[in-house]
Design a protein around this ligand. Sequence first.
Ligand code: ZN
Ligand code: ZN
Length: 343
Amino acid sequence: MAEMQKAIIYKGPGEFAYEDRPIPEIEDPDDVKVKSYGCCICGTDVNIFATPQKHPCEPGIIFGHEFCGEVAEVGSNVKNLKPGDKVIIDPHGPCGECDNCLAGLPEACENVSSRGVFSDGGLTNYLTIPKKFVYKVGPDTDPALMGMAEPLAGCGCALEKLNVHVGDTAAVLGAGPIGLMFTALLAASGCRKIIVSEPIEYRRKLALEVGATRVVNPDEEDIKEVVKEETDGLGVDHAVEAVAAMLVDCVYLVHPHGKVLQYGDDRLAHPEFPVAYLLANEIEVYGGYLGKYYMRKVGQIIESGVLPLDKILTHVIPASRYQEALDLAASRQCGKVFVSMDL
Ligand SMILES: [Zn+2]
Ligand SMILES: [Zn+2]
């Protein structure tokens, strides 16, 4: 009988459990067996456990998609990795064979693996994963920062659509971990003004630490007025939506021909859209979701320290206290939370 390990299992809306699962063995010669360091908590995880549920998830799976670890064993076809290598993992690996994959759109793969949401993820000790989804990082890379690879890949890949230039201006709505990553990326891209709107004081402070030039409490100030004031009445070049339901606000923050990126993900959000304003001002609206073709670069970003990710990562909590970690993330009195494996 297979040896067993503890895992965090998603049981259904609002519920998880610690259960025993078999330690997987390498069966495919292209597979890598990874010892998980743990997982960051994603806004999607918070939405999955929210009532009412704001994101679907498959009951019975090992939970957690923002995982990372070190190579424990490799299949006979794996030449670029060896035991002990630190690795980040793309949990949304595309199949490579469907129409969208063949059209060069792996982020729209019809059979995307979605580990930790729709199939087994990383909140356990060992897992096997195809080598094509495993990316090596330097031996000195901090495991908690490695856990930020998946969301950072999504943000970095999406930001490329805005084609940001040195000296540009930007607004970011929401300073949760995703809004903070965008703020750091915009700052590193040379934006001269980054105005961040966020109701939680803890997160406004973090935004200032990672590159915001001005923060706004939307409960006290009107972001539109602040943007006008900061841009001589013109509006910003780029507005990033990192909440879910504030796309319309973003449309009004950019100047004519400005660019808006929708990144906040809440499947219950259906904002009414100012169609006439959008077309009259020829505003460009983009959606961003998964970071395909970006994992290797993200590994390089994380190991190089070019972004202040250590400021965005505010808490490390062991997996044996997972409820506490979820509650903290849901309270929003934190930046990114890494759940370290101690099961
Ligand atoms: Zn995520
Ligand atoms: Zn596919």
